[in-house]
Design a protein around this ligand. Structure first.
Ligand code: PEP
Ligand code: MG
Length: 537
């Protein structure tokens, strides 16, 4: 048996034959062109053809995987209109380079640029640049798109997959994806997740044709890829796979059901989202509301601050889609691992302990006010709540409330209607948990951010992969701080939720209910699993 480990994209198990997916070979060469005008024309034609392909792919994806996932192709089409990218290609052609080579040079330049960024999300965009460029090169060189040729479903093993390759594959013929490179934050990974296919990325193995047809197991629970496992292990994996499939089917039956224990205790189950398009998944998972809208994602992947109008449109869209269900918008949590160039943040020795989140907002109120105005204007269109990240003191909340009151007064003077907006804070620093009795006097709810609370309590950098295995997410210090926060919140009459990853940890669901936690906010894909855990108590 050969065993490889990778990063799991979706918890699940697949058993089947390997299909090595290799892209068609095409040798790229640099040539001098004498007729630059004709070459430029050839490029413009390929550009139009690529856009047409992407429009067709968008329509196809709309039918098969829904609007949210189909957007990838719309984004790719828009990337093909990027002036910097096109200028790089056109300039090279103008200097006498053949179009294929000019596109490839632009691909390398921009893919390297994205890959060198600190932010994981931006790094993953390098794959999109490669995808659109390869599409152009294939059209220019007359190379067709590859698809899977198989009669029965297989485990697709590839060096890497682009979103368009992923979507083009006939889902009925695929059991799982395993890629040698790739990141779990890539669009391909997102698509695999939405197709509900167990998948692993970054397995760092060799792709060779000898693997074709061999029996293998993709274990998305443990991030393992087992090739030709011994009979006993194979049988055990098949048993686990069958159980996983039954469990998944049963979870769907929980849609529309209450989050209630057999002794009648009820808890709210909300979803965490990072963009307007995530709302579809939240609704599909039957979320009672949005417990954490990470608004900083609206600020990532762009060259300048989103305007009040742009933000207003996003918040309004989420509120309208949620149709009266509560939407808790967390104000900007930029800094630490989420870096944005145009904020011009200076490098820091310890960014997680530095200039981030509410600290930036209070220091640069113009940014904060723009966001608050957008949220309050949107609040008219649904049930909005706002929460503030990284709070450590009562003084911060008082300063925030002064700014909030000014924003509300200004909007009233402008005749702009607003809704009733609950104000809360994230309890994600040990300081906030310890003084939660005082903080509870100032706000209407707490949402415990266990990701940061764990990092700061245990002094474990959440980005450090080396510490992942030693970090005890059930550490009594963290659990006691949670318990203390819930108790203090309730004594002062406010509700308390949890929106960090721990909220989806079903080993703790019973304990959270015993503590009296009012709401758990989890990723849409975990929601029904947590509902089941609640109902099983
Ligand atoms: C948290 O810290 O638990 C949290 C929900 O916020 P984020 O993961 O965005 O820092
Ligand atoms: Mg946090």
């Amino acid at each position: 048996m050969e065993k490889y480990t990778g990063k799991s994209v979706l918890k699940g198990i697949a058993v089947g034959k390997i299909y090595c997916y290799k892209k068609k070979n095409y040798t790229l060469e640099k040539t001098e062109v004498s007729d630059k005008k004709a070459e430029a024309g050839r490029f413009e034609e390929a550009l139009e053809a690529a856009k047409e392909q992407l429009t067709a792919l968008y329509e196809e994806a709309l039918e098969t995987v829904g609007e949210e996932r189909a957007m990838i192709f719309e984004i790719h089409r828009m990337m093909l209109e990027d002036e910097d990218y096109l200028d790089t290609v056109r300039t090279a052609i103008g200097e006498g380079t053949n179009a294929e080579y000019a596109v490839n040079s632009a691909k390398e330049k921009y893919a390297d640029l994205f890959a060198s960024m600190d932010d994981e999300y931006m790094q993953a965009r390098a794959a999109d640049i490669r995808d659109i460029s390869d599409r152009l090169i294939n059209i220019l060189a007359g190379v067709g798109e590859d698809t899977i040729h198989t009669d029965s479903p297989v485990i697709v093993l590839a060096e890497d997959l682009t979103p368009s390759e992923t979507i083009r594959m006939d889902k009925s013929k695929i059991l799982a994806f395993v890629t040698i490179r790739g990141s779990s934050n890539s669009h391909t990974a997102i698509l695999a997740r939405s197709m509900n296919l167990p998948s692993l990325v970054n397995t760092q193995m060799e792709l060779n044709d000898g693997l074709n047809g061999k029996i293998a197991v993709v274990d998305g629970f443990n991030g393992e890829f087992l090739i030709e496992p011994q009979e006993e292990l194979l049988e055990e994996m098949i048993r686990r796979k069958n159980k996983w499939e039954t469990d998944t089917r049963e979870l769907q039956l929980l849609k529309g059901k209450e989050n209630i224990t057999s002794d009648g205790r009820v808890i709210s189950l909300y979803a965490n989202i990072g963009s307007v398009k995530d709302v579809d998944a939240a609704l599909e998972a039957d979320a009672g509301g949005i417990g954490l809208f990470r608004s900083e994602f609206l600020y990532l992947g762009r060259n300048d601050y989103p305007t009040e109008e742009e933000q207003f449109r996003s918040y309004k869209a989420v509120l309208e889609k949620m149709n009266g269900r509560k939407v808790i918008i967390r104000t900007l949590d930029i800094g630490a691992d989420k870096k944005v160039d145009y904020f011009q943040l200076e490098p820091e020795e310890n960014p997680a302990l530095g200039y981030r989140a509410i600290r930036i907002c209070l220091d640069r109120p113009e940014i904060f006010i723009t966001q608050l105005r957008a949220i309050y204007r949107a609040s008219f269109y649904g049930t909005a709540a706002i929460m503030f990240p990284m709070i450590v003191s009562v003084d911060e909340i008082r300063r925030i409330k002064e700014i909030v009151n000014q924003v509300k007064t200004d909007l009233a003077d402008e005749g702009c209607p607003i809704g009733d907006v609950e104000l809360g804070i994230m309890v994600e620093t040990p300081a906030a948990a310890v003084i939660s009795d005082e903080l509870a006097e100032e706000v209407e709810f707490f949402s415990i951010g266990t990701n940061d609370l764990t990092q700061y309590t245990l002094a474990v950098d959440r980005q450090n992969q080396k510490l992942e295995s030693t970090c005890n997410t059930h550490h009594p210090a963290v659990l006691r701080l949670i318990e203390m926060t819930v108790r203090n919140g309730h004594e002062k009459g406010i509700w308390v939720g949890i929106c960090g990853e721990l909220a989806a940890d079903t080993e703790l669901t019973g304990m959270f209910l015993d503590m009296g936690v009012d709401e758990l906010s989890v990723s849409p894909s975990s929601l029904l699993r947590v509902r089941k855990a609640v109902r099983d108590i």
